[in-house]
Design a protein around this ligand. Sequence first.
Ligand SMILES: *Cc1c(COP(=O)(O)O)cnc(C)c1O
Length: 487
Amino acid sequence: MISYISTRNEKNGISGREAILKGIADDGGLYVPDSLEELKLDYRLLMGQSYIDMAKTIFYKFFPDFGEDVISEIVDKSYKNKFETSEITPVVKVGDDYVLELFHGATAAFKDVALSALPNLMSKAKELMGVNEETLILTATSGDTGSAALHGFSDVAGTKIVVFYPKDGISETQRLQMVTESGSNTKACGIIGNFDDAQNGVKEIFASIPRPCEGVALSSANSINIGRLVPQVVYYFYAYSRLVENKEIKIGDKVRFIVPTGNFGDIMAGYFALNMGLPIGELICASNCNDVLTEFLATGHYNRKREFVKTISPSMDILISSNLERLLYFISGEEKTKYYMKQLKEKGEYQISCDELNEIKEVFVGISSDDEEGKLEIAGLERNENYLIDTHTAMGFAALSKYDKRKNMKNVVLSTASAYKFSRVVLEAIGETPSAGDFENIKKLSEITDVKVPKLLKEIFSKEERHRDVIEVKEMKNYVLDAAKNL
Ligand SMILES: *Cc1c(COP(=O)(O)O)cnc(C)c1O
């Protein structure tokens, strides 16, 4: 049976349920399946299935230790009637290309796909392992994980959740989504710093607080948790199946996926799909001006020592892409991964070998785009295709527009958020004058475009702002200790 090992220590594999509960390994590494070979399946058998049926097969492939019936129950509970579209992740043809719409969950970003399942996976894992202690979920967010995690874990028995977000690094709508969360077991806290500061702070807490902490187990809802990535593998298969059904491709044809990337989680799920046997030709890693991954994929040099740029795609404003560690592990093995991560921590950079880079380049291409290029994509698609995209999806389209081999296979752009989460910039992009507040901006955008406003976004403006804490990064640890005791 598949087991999970740390990217920094291949010994002592643990079961899927344990890996989900722990979130991150004690040595600071991330959990990965010990064999990609064992994940292989015949993708042709999944073609034409519903999203939920595909999810059952794929979840079970990764987490056989839950048992087939339990997985089936978890998937039903996570997705049935939880999304605004019955398809869960519809595929839409836009011009010559395809858009995989991942934002129809409760909080209107792709994070919902994983975070509607993670609480159910965790609850079951605890039950199966006979764990009674409470779990405190620690989460750093670049904007969207926070609201999706708060929503997913809100009032889930036996859990409490603390989310840290960069105080000035997210849109007004994203902030309101978090600070109005009403679950009594939830806390959202601003930090004076950026997403990397928040994520490093959380990782350090994991490394320095003995677990359990105050009698409470700690886990993570970030994509460092393998339970976050597995649900995201499903939609690559689903998109492929829809293209086959619509006769856009023949079974076996390769498809290119364009993935707006920050923490390298979503695109890493694509790498798993490829290794499971799905005919993926290329994975385009689309970045904004924080182009650390673009440089890495071109030169093999990862260098976080650069200015952190605030862009119109804040959920991709990241210089330390945690999930890249998983890819490094599969390419280079544990010793070198450990070495590279040490270099990153101590020197802020590392360089992989030519052979390693060439292997990565067989699948990945990095392309970065700036705010202006993104706005042009938003305007162009709205005008020419009557199709509304958000500022992150815009980075995907901008990458595709610049890619010279774009026509040699079908392209699927992952659309990671609803445009309404970033209504101010989207209005600007299409030539309208935004108002000071997002309440008016959302209203205006919906009048212009006729695109339905996600249900929860309509409610946040009239709800009480319950979470008012803002702290320094160095105060995060005490904040967590306090929450472990008192939340
Ligand atoms: C989180 C996020 C991304 C980046 O995804 P990663 O898995 O961190 O690479 C892109 N777009 C949006 C809207 C997001 O919320």
